[in-house]
Design a protein around this ligand. Structure first.
Ligand code: SF4
Ligand code: FES
Length: 229
């Protein structure tokens, strides 16, 4: 098998190492492709599809997981690509609270996405899980990007505390049998919070500050604070 492949992207020819993704090839050319679920340090799953491009005759090839192939022709910014991304963003905004996802809000503006085009969409409704001293889970803001699951599993922590819950449209991120975090294998490393792009996972202190709690009261609610009293 050849170690390189040559393709054409937006009319420009380039040669890349075999198995290079379209996203990485685009970046070599300085072409920007929007991403949401992709994270450079985590395994890409191709879940959100906002990175869709036209490639090899397909309009919805996810650039973050599709490898370049010999002779492939790629269009990253055609009308069809633009329309696909706009619709994906609209469906996302119609079903999930994105108020704390500035990156996605910026994409909505950039693509002229209007969530009102899906007036019958069912908005995600989930209770807020506030079951441990370290972080809060609000799946009303979760876009199922899977980053927290990946970082909790083979990509970093090997704790496997987080997984999916339910199936199909009702799929959410959760714990085994809906257990509270303190009853799981979670070691509270905080890495899931660090990679969450939407505020669905939030440090408890930040959440309390946003609710208007005095920083001193928050401090004395912690074990350290109680010891010093
Ligand atoms: S909780 Fe955050 S990181 Fe996890 S899937 Fe939802 S949006 Fe992604
Ligand atoms: S960024 Fe490629 S599918 Fe989400």
């Amino acid at each position: 098998m050849s170690e390189t492949v040559t393709l054409t992207m937006n009319g420009r020819s380039l040669t890349v190492a075999a198995q290079t993704t379209i996203l990485d090839a685009a970046r070599q050319l300085g072409i920007e492709i929007p991403v949401i679920c992709y994270h450079p340090h985590l395994t890409a799953n191709g879940l959100c599809r906002v990175c869709s491009v036209e490639a090899g005759g397909r309009v919805q090839a996810a650039a973050c997981v599709t490898a370049c192939s010999e002779g492939m022709t790629v269009q990253t910014d055609s009308y069809a690509v633009h329309r696909t991304r706009r619709t994906i963003l609209e469906m996302l905004a119609a079903t999930v609270n994105l108020a704390e996802a500035p990156h996605i809000l910026a994409l909505l503006a950039e693509y002229g996405a209007d969530a009102a085009r899906f007036p019958d969409a069912t908005r995600r409704e989930s209770p807020i899980h506030d079951d441990n001293p370290f972080y809060r889970r609000d799946y009303n803001q979760c876009i199922n990007c899977w980053r927290c699951v990946q970082v909790c599993a083979e990509d970093a922590q090997y704790a496997f505390a987080l997984s999916f819950d339910s199936r199909g449209y009702h799929t959410t991120i959760g714990t085994f049998m809906g257990d509270g975090m303190t009853d799981t294998t979670c070691v509270f490393c905080g890495q899931c919070v660090g990679v969450c792009p939407t505020g669905a996972l939030k440090p408890k202190r930040q959440a309390l500050l946003e609710q208007g709690m005095n920083p001193d009261d928050i401090f004395y609610q912690t074990r350290l604070g109680k010891k010093k009293r």
